[in-house]
Design a protein around this ligand. Structure first.
Ligand code: BGC
Length: 753
C-alpha cells in the first residue's frame, strides 16, 4: 500500500539525514550505540527473520486472565510483555501502567507497593510543567527499579464530560494545558531511559461504550481540540509510543483508523515511534496493519492473535507487504534505541528512595489543591481555632485514589479495605495517609476529632460544638465506568446538615473531576484536592493550616448543572460495550469554550483558583514577529503578605470572530513570588492557537486582523488586555514550533493515494 510506504519513507528519510555527517563505517553492518536510533533500527531489522519481526509486534497481557497464564518472563501482575530477540541484543518490553506510578493489575496475589502521584487531572491543576516533569521522572525511576522499560502513561484525552470516569487520569479540558502538562510528564518518565506511551489516541472521552461507541466529529474540529492536545504532548514529550483507543472515530475503530494513524499521526506530525493498541482494541489484521497499527497489545484481551499467526499468514499471502512488516518492527526498535531501552537494560529489585519520591508526590499534591472559595478568610485555620471536627470521607484513615488498570498499591496497604466494588474496576482504595492525623500533628493546640458522617444528625451535633467543621466529600471513580456529576451517596445532605449547624464549615473534595455542589452558597470555604496521591493527607493538612499556600487552578470547568453540558443526558447505559453514535456537535468548543459560546455561567470557571495572598496581573504587552510568532510579556505581582505562586493565564480572541468559541487559552506561566515582589514573564504563543484548521487546504490558517490578548487569574477573571494585528498566514498541517511557514504539506494525492 503506497501510503504505508510513504510513512516508512518518512522514517528512513530521517535516518538518511542524520547519517549524513557520520564517518565512513557501514552503519548498516556495524550499528554501534553511537549510530542514530534510525540507523540501528534499520540495521537490526535487516538481520531479522520474519518470525523475529513478528515477535516484536505481538504483546501479551502480563497477568493471569480468564484462566490463561502470561508468558513466564512477564513481570508478575503487570500490564504487558513483548518478547525480545536475545541474539540481536534486543531486550523484552516489560510494560507497566500508568500515569500516577507503577501499578499492579488486580488479579495478582502480591501487589508491588509503590509511590503514587496525585491523579493526572491534579497534576494538570498545578499548571506547573516542571513539577509534572519531576513527577514523571519519579514514577519512571520506580518503573525502572521495578524492571519495566515501557510505562503506559501519558493520558491526554480531553475532559469533554465531567462524568467520564477516567477524567482523573487525564490533563483536563484545554488542549494547550493538557498537552504541555502531560508532555512534560512523558519527558520526565523517559528521562529514565524507558519508553512512555501517550494514550488513548483518540477521542476516548467517555467510558460508556468505550469499546463500541463511534465519535462523530468534524476532522478540523478534532485537529483543534483532542488531536491538538496529543500533538502538543508529543512535541513536548517525544513519547516512544502512542496507544490507540478502543472507540471508533468517524466510523472506524481507532486502532485501524487510516486517518488518525497514517494521515495525522505518522504523516502530518511525523511520528517515528510505534502505535500500540489498547488492551482488546484490535479488530482486524490486514486493515489494522495497513492503517497504521504497529503492535497488538495484551493478547489474549483481543479475541484473536491478529498480529500473531494471522499477520504471518497475511504477510505470506501478500495482503500485508513485507515492507510494512519491516516498518512495524523498525518503529518498535527505533523507539527502543532512541529512548535508551536497549543500551540501559532494566532489572527488578532496584533501589527506591521512598522519602524523596514521596516528597515529589506531596509537592505535586500541594500545588494541585484548588482553593475554590474562602469567604471571610476562614482558611488557613488560625491558631485561635481550638476545636476542629473532621467529618466523613474516611479522613481518619487516608485519602482516596482512582481505580482501574492505573491503580498503584500503597506501602502499608489499603487504609479502608472492603468497600464496594472490591473487584474490577476496584478495589476502592484509600492510601494510608490520614488528613486527621496530619492535622493533629500540625495543630497540637487544637482538639481535632473525627466523626464518620454516616449519620448527618450526629455530624451536625459535633459541628455545632466545634469552632470549625471540615467535611471530606468524596467521589470514587475507576476505569470502564462513568460516574454521576455528584458526590457519592448522601454526602450532599451531610454537607447541608453540617453547614446549617456551623457557619464555619470547610469542604475538602476528593473527586474524579468536577461535581455539582448544591450546598456551595452555604459553605464559606471549599478546597478541591482531586485524588491527592501517596502523601495526600499531609498535603491537605499543609494547605488547611497555611503551611502551604494554595496555588492550584482548575484544569476543567466546574459546571453549575448538567443542563450546561453539550449532552445533558449521558448517552448509553453505562456499559463499556454499548454501541452507539456519539456526535460531538460542540466540535472544538470544549469546556469553557462551550460555556463562553453559549453565555452560560459556570459554578467555578476554568482556570479559577484562590490563594492566601493576593496578586496583581498586568500590564500585558504583545509583539508580533515573522511566521505567526507572538510574544506576550506581562507582570505578576504578589500584593499580599504571604509567599505564593501566581499563575498568569493568557487568553486570545480574534476581533473578527471565526473561532469555535470567543476565546482560547494561548499561554500560561506559574511563578513563585515573595510578598511585595513582582516578576515580568514572557510567553511565546503557538501560532496554531491563533489559527483555525482548514481541511481543504490541509493547513492552519491565521485570519488577518486584530487579536485581543487578555491576562487574568481565570478564564472569567481577566484583568489586563492588549491587542496585536496579524497578517494572514498559512502553516502546513506538518508545521512544528521553530519551523518557518513553508510550502503546504503534501496532499493526499501527492502521497500516491
Ligand atoms: C486501559 C489502558 C491500559 C491497559 C493495560 C486498558 O484497559 O484502557 O489505559 O494501559 O488496559 O493495562
Amino acid at each position: 500500500m503506497q501510503m504505508n510506504n510513504w510513512s516508512r519513507r518518512g522514517l528512513l528519510g530521517a535516518a538518511a539525514v542524520s547519517l549524513a555527517g557520520l564517518a565512513t563505517a557501514s552503519i548498516a553492518e556495524v550499528p554501534s550505540s553511537h549510530a542514530s536510533a534510525e540507523a540501528r533500527a534499520e540495521a537490526a531489522v535487516k538481520k531479522m527473520t520474519r518470525d523475529e519481526k513478528l515477535t516484536l509486534v505481538l504483546g501479551y497481557f502480563g497477568s493471569d486472565w480468564e484462566g490463561k497464564k502470561p508468558p513466564t518472563p512477564a513481570r508478575y501482575g503487570s500490564a504487558g510483555y513483548v518478547p525480545g530477540i536475545p541474539r540481536l541484543g534486543i531486550p523484552p518490553q516489560w510494560q507497566t501502567d500508568a500515569g500516577v506510578g507503577v501499578a499492579t493489575q488486580g488479579g495478582a496475589a502480591t501487589k508491588r507497593e509503590r509511590t503514587s502521584l496525585p491523579s493526572g487531572i491534579a497534576t494538570a491543576a498545578t499548571w506547573n510543567p516542571d513539577l509534572a516533569f519531576q513527577g514523571g521522572r519519579m514514577i519512571g525511576s520506580e518503573a525502572r527499579a521495578s524492571g519495566f522499560n515501557v510505562m503506559l502513561a501519558g493520558g491526554v484525552n480531553l475532559a469533554r464530560d465531567p462524568r467520564n470516569g477516567r477524567n482523573f487520569e487525564y490533563g483536563g479540558e484545554d488542549p494547550l494545558l493538557a498537552g504541555i502538562m502531560v508532555g512534560s510528564q512523558i519527558a520526565g518518565i523517559q528521562s529514565n531511559n524507558i519508553i512512555s506511551t501517550t494514550k488513548h489516541y483518540a477521542l476516548n472521552d467517555l467510558e460508556t461504550g468505550r469499546k463500541g461507541h463511534d465519535v462523530r466529529i468534524d476532522p478540523a474540529a478534532a485537529r483543534m481540540s483532542d488531536l491538538l492536545a496529543f500533538q502538543f504532548a508529543i512535541e513536548r514529550g517525544d513519547p516512544g509510543s502512542v496507544m490507540c483507543a478502543y472507540n471508533k472515530v468517524d466510523g472506524d475503530f481507532a486502532c485501524e483508523n487510516d486517518w488518525l494513524l497514517n494521515d495525522v499521526l505518522k504523516g502530518d506530525w511525523g511520528f517515528r515511534g510505534y502505535v500500540m493498541s489498547d488492551w482488546g482494541a484490535v479488530h482486524s489484521t490486514v486493515k489494522a496493519a495497513r492503517n497504521g497499527l504497529d503492535q497488538q497489545s495484551g493478547y489474549p484481551f483481543d479475541d484473536k492473535p491478529y498480529f500473531g499467526s494471522l499477520l504471518k499468514q497475511a504477510v505470506a499471502s501478500g495482503q500485508v507487504s513485507t515492507t510494512r512488516l519491516d516498518d512495524m518492527a523498525e518503529r518498535v526498535l527505533y523507539a527502543m534505541y532512541a529512548h535508551g531501552v536497549v543500551d540501559n537494560p532494566v532489572a527488578e529489585g532496584g533501589a527506591i528512595d521512598v522519602a524523596a519520591n514521596e516528597a515529589v508526590s506531596q509537592a505535586d499534591a500541594e500545588q494541585a489543591i484548588v482553593l475554590l472559595k474562602n469567604e471571610g478568610n476562614l482558611l488557613p485555620l488560625g491558631a485561635n481555632v481550638r476545636r476542629i471536627v473532621v467529618i466523613g470521607g474516611h479522613a481518619d484513615k487516608g485519602v482516596l485514589a482512582g481505580s482501574g488498570s492505573s491503580l498503584v498499591y500503597p506501602r502499608g496497604g489499603n487504609a479502608v479495605p472492603g468497600l464496594d466494588p472490591t473487584g474490577w474496576p476496584g478495589p476502592v482504595m484509600y492510601f494510608p495517609d490520614s488528613p486527621v492525623r496530619e492535622l493533629q500533628r500540625l495543630a497540637p493546640n487544637a482538639n481535632v476529632t473525627f466523626v464518620d458522617g454516616t449519620d448527618p444528625a450526629a455530624a451536625a451535633a459535633a459541628a455545632r460544638a466545634a469552632d470549625v467543621a471540615i467535611v471530606f466529600g468524596t467521589q470514587w471513580s475507576g476505569e470502564s465506568i462513568d460516574v454521576p456529576m455528584k458526590l457519592d451517596g448522601n454526602q450532599d445532605e451531610l454537607i447541608d446538615a453540617v453547614a446549617a449547624a456551623n457557619p464555619r464549615t470547610v469542604v475538602v473534595l476528593q473527586t474524579n473531576s468536577g461535581v455539582a455542589m448544591p450546598w456551595a452558597p452555604r459553605v464559606p470555604a471549599i478546597l478541591e484536592a482531586w485524588y491527592p496521591g501517596t502523601r495526600g493527607g499531609a498535603a491537605i493538612a499543609n494547605i488547611l493550616t497555611g503551611r502551604a499556600n494554595p496555588s492550584g487552578h482548575l484544569p476543567v470547568t466546574l459546571y453549575a448543572s448538567q443542563s450546561q453540558l453539550p449532552r445533558p443526558v449521558r448517552p448509553g447505559a453505562n456499559s463499556e460495550m454499548d454501541e452507539f453514535a456519539l456526535p460531538y456537535s460542540e466540535g472544538a468548543a470544549v469546556g469553557y469554550k462551550w460555556l463562553d459560546r453559549n453565555n452560560l455561567q459556570p459554578l467555578f470557571p476554568f482556570g479559577h483558583g484562590l490563594s492566601y495572598t493576593s496578586y496583581e496581573y498586568g500590564p500585558i504587552s504583545a509583539a508580533a514577529g515573522p511566521n505567526g510568532a507572538v510574544r506576550v510579556q506581562f507582570t505578576l505581582r504578589n500584593s499580599g503578605s504571604r509567599a505564593g505562586a501566581a499563575v498568569g493565564q493568557v487568553y486570545a480572541s480574534p476581533a473578527s470572530g471565526g473561532w469555535e468559541a470567543p476565546k482560547r487559552l494561548v499561554g500560561f506561566a506559574k511563578v513563585d513570588l515573595a510578598p511585595g515582589t513582582a516578576r515580568i514573564v514572557s510567553v511565546d504563543v503557538d501560532p496554531r492557537l491563533l489559527a483555525t484548521f482548514d481541511e481543504a487546504a490541509h493547513a492552519w490558517q491565521i485570519a488577518p486582523g486584530s487579536y485581543k490578548l487578555m491576562l487574568g487569574a481565570s478564564s472569567r477573571d481577566l484583568r489586563s488586555k492588549t491587542s496585536v494585528t496579524l497578517p494572514a498566514l498559512t502553516l502546513p498541517a506538518s508545521w512544528r514550533p521553530g519551523q518557518e511557514a513553508a510550502a503546504p504539506t503534501p496532499q493526499r494525492g501527492e502521497r500516491g493515494r
